[in-house]
Ligand binder design. Structure first.
Ligand code: MOS
Length: 753
């Protein structure tokens, strides 16, 4: 194994306390505008009408009464839509297409799922639009639909796109011998089910679309990537990219629902173009169930075996995920199984089941949260059969190198995570036998699970500007869907330039800013953080050069390595009294500002090292033997995600992931009435998410050591690994409390009793 790749120099440790959110004040005072809150004169309001059948055709749309209603400006459907010319390939939606070839709104009379947008009513007020929408009569010719995953499972297929792509990670995978499983002394076969779960950010998806003339579109849209939304809309309306501007500086949560541009976004932009007036469209909570994707219903079959001394011999993992009839949605469901443990014989198989539903999408920890629920539950089951402590079982199968790619890890301190977590939790006191601890009439259980999440880094740019008053502005078209991107970036900027955070502004969420990836795949800090790092280093260098060229400069002719920055000044590290303020450097040169734009991108390190974030969760649950109610009482989580940039916002990310994991484990399930192929869960009364009263005591620990091969800042992704494994740790704790193994999420009282 090669290790010639040069590591990035170790980022220096610094003692400053964490920063509070730089936009916290704006958010809590309501001064931060969300997409639906921008004001425009002449604004119009749109309401989507959704199909009531799951499959078939529209035979008629009676729009006249709606068109005659007060304030109504238009009723748009496939009957009068000029079409969105360039969206996707020139295929009908019915022809199966890979992800990214989006559903074309108001394209023809065909209905692919219940809740499909079939018409849009635009009026002077939102009330008028809602009333008029109630007057539109749509008749359908329904065809028999299939929405029931369990009943149709045998129709699952290897997607055509995967079959055609020899390099696809979703192809069937084998290592070692395929009949090794039979030789294992202890074996387990089990099937695990994840129901459909919908992202439910408090802010619903919303768009405000404004055209100038016929060829310049500006949208204020809730999404996770202004640059990709810009590209998608430019393609949809056949415009050059620079004619489309997407702004999304504040997002009220998304969890993956905003990675793509959805039909409602295109519909609103289309209406604004037709009416030549700004159009605002806000999805209702019920429409969040059919308009923006979801975590797909997934069934996983595991067969695994170990030797009596607790060594994994073989694992066979099959995952079948739900998708729509018109698109393939793939996720990492089976991939973690190949890399997580040192198991010599592994087979994985991935299939998709197309149903008459809308296309799923990525939801926090996509694939890995699903796959690791099954893998970490299965390991717990096997440990029980082996009479082995579940943590000990994992340690006996610890992968010191990546068993899939046969490469060294760039960094992996999972053993240290296990040790820290177990100690903080008090794991050593856990009895092996389930159902043995009781407290106040409740059954008490302790469970744990490992977590991992892949490392992603994309090319990113950042512009850094020092202004004459000594303040710094850094800009990048990145996003903040909630983690506190601007705060973490401010921390990076402050550290390099030696400027107080109060004098720093970080601009994001605008497609006019320097190119950056959207916020997904836990890649923002690794990608954009690196760009901000290199841009600030370049700016500092430029300032040092300017300082050294000044006549009688105390910093004349010195190399930049000899210089440090603090309190808005640069100084000779060896002699801090030789210093210059940034403001003086600019003043002496008669400059109003100094700016640089830099790009940072990954190198060959990904071919030489295997890179993941790792972690583990320890959970205590209390289960009522009378009602079957499960309450999570305590969670200790420990993660190795490289260097932590800002501890406070990082911690809040980890807590958020645990909250999501509690929802996944105990509450969240979108329930469909298959007679109609329609969700009956359509609000927060029927779709439950954890609230404050459900919150356990949560302790978060980080290894906080830079991964020097990952990027110049040594940080890896945190947002998604925070949820991965949580549901398994809870299910394992429920088993430990009750002796009952629940393999179908969510763990509701009916299953516990
Ligand atoms: Mo995340 S599901 O990549 O927003």
């Amino acid at each position: 194994m090669k290790r010639e790749n040069k590591p990035y120099s170790r980022p220096f440790a610094e003692p400053d306390p964490s920063l509070d959110r730089v936009d916290g004040h704006l958010k809590v005072t309501g001064a931060a505008p969300y997409s639906a809150e921008y004001r425009f004169e002449n604004l119009t309001h749109a309401v989507l009408i959704n199909s009531t059948i799951a499959r078939g055709r529209i035979t008629a749309i009676e729009a006249k009464p709606a068109e005659a209603a007060p304030g109504v400006l238009a009723v748009i459907s496939h009957l009068n839509s000029p079409g969105v010319p360039g969206y996707g390939t020139p295929k009908k939606p019915a022809e199966r297409a890979p992800v990214g070839t989006a559903f074309r709104v108001f394209f023809d009379e065909l209905v692919y799922f219940s809740g499909q947008p079939v018409a849009l009513v635009v009026a002077e007020s939102v009330e008028q639009a809602h009333y008029a929408a109630s007057l539109v009569r749509i008749t359908y010719e329904a065809e028999p639909h299939q929405t029931d995953f369990e009943a149709n499972q045998s129709r699952a297929v290897l997607p055509g796109g995967v079959q055609r792509n020899a390099a696809s990670p979703f192809r069937d995978y084998h290592r070692g011998s395929s009949d090794a499983l039979q030789t294992a002394e202890v074996r387990l076969e089990a099937s695990y089910t994840i129901p459909t779960q919908h992202h439910q950010p408090l802010e619903p998806h919303a768009i405000l679309a404004v055209w100038e003339a016929d060829d310049k579109l500006t949208v204020y849209d809730k999404n996770q990537g202004v640059k990709s939304a810009q590209g998608n809309l430019a393609q949809a309306f056949k415009l050059p990219r620079e004619k489309v501007r997407v702004q999304a500086p504040f997002i009220g949560g998304a969890f993956g629902s905003g990675i793509r541009v959805w039909p409602h976004t295109v519909a609103a932009a289309l209406a604004a173009k037709l009416l030549k007036r700004p159009v605002k469209l806000v999805l209702g909570r019920d429409q969040m169930f059919t308009s923006v994707g979801y975590r797909p219903y997934t069934v996983q079959k595991f067969a695994l075996g170990a030797s009596k001394d607790g060594k994994l011999i073989a694992m066979n993992h099959e995952g079948i995920g739900q998708t729509s009839r018109y698109e393939d949605h793939l996720e990492r469901t089976i991939l973690a199984t190949r890399a997580m443990y040192a198991c010599p014989n592994v087979s994985t198989r991935y299939r998709l089941l197309p149903l008459d539903v809308n296309t799923p999408t990525w939801m926090r920890g996509p694939g890995d949260a699903t796959g690791m629920f099954a893998l970490e539950s299965a390991l717990d089951e096997l440990a029980f059969s082996l009479h082995l402590d579940p943590l000990e079982f994992r340690l006996r199968n610890y992968a010191e190198t990546d068993p899939e790619r046969n490469l060294p890890w760039s960094a992996k301190s999972l053993k240290e995570c296990y040790r820290m977590g177990a100690e903080a939790f008090g794991w050593q006191n856990r009895p092996l036998k389930p159902g043995t601890i009781q407290k106040d009439g409740q059954l008490v259980g302790y469970g744990m699970a490992s977590s991992l999440y892949g490392f992603h880094r994309h090319p990113s740019k950042a512009r850094a500007v020092l202004q004459a008053d000594g303040s710094v502005v850094v800009q990048s078209a990145t996003m903040d869907i909630g983690p506190g991107t601007g705060t973490a970036m401010t921390r990076i900027i402050a550290k390099i330039l030696g400027v107080s955070p109060q004098k720093i502004r970080f601009d994001l969420g605008d497609s006019a800013l320097p190119d950056a990836p959207g916020q997904n795949g836990s890649a923002t800090i690794t990608s954009v953080g690196s760009a901000v790092h290199v841009a600030c280093e370049a700016l500092k260098k430029k300032l040092i050069a300017l300082a050294s060229s000044l006549p009688s400069s105390p910093l004349a002719h010195i190399p930049s390595e000899a210089v440090s920055a603090r309190n808005g000044r640069i100084f000779l590290t060896a002699n801090p009294s030789a210093s210059l303020a940034y403001t003086d450097i600019l003043a002496h040169h008669n400059l109003t500002e100094v700016d640089v734009t830099e790009e940072s991108k990954p190198g060959p390190e990904r071919d030489q090292y295997s890179m993941y974030s790792f972690g583990c969760h320890f959970v205590e649950v209390h289960v009522s033997p009378v009602t079957g109610e499960v309450r999570v009482k305590r969670v200790v989580t420990c993660a190795d995600v490289g260097k932590i940039i800002n501890e406070k916002t990082a911690r809040s990310q980890s807590i958020g992931g645990i909250v999501g994991g509690i929802g996944m484990a105990l509450m969240e399930a979108s329930v469909m009435d298959h007679r109609y192929g329609r969700y009956v869960t359509s609000d927060f009364a029927s779709y439950h998410i954890p609230v404050q009263a459900d919150m356990p005591q949560i302790e978060v620990f980080y290894i906080d050591q830079p991964d020097v091969y990952a990027n110049p800042i040594g940080a890896k992704g945190l947002g998604e690994i925070a949820i991965v494994g949580v549901a398994a740790a809870i299910a394992n704790a429920v088993f430990h409390a009750t002796g009952k193994r629940i393999r179908d999420l969510p763990i509701t009282p009916d299953k516990v009793l």
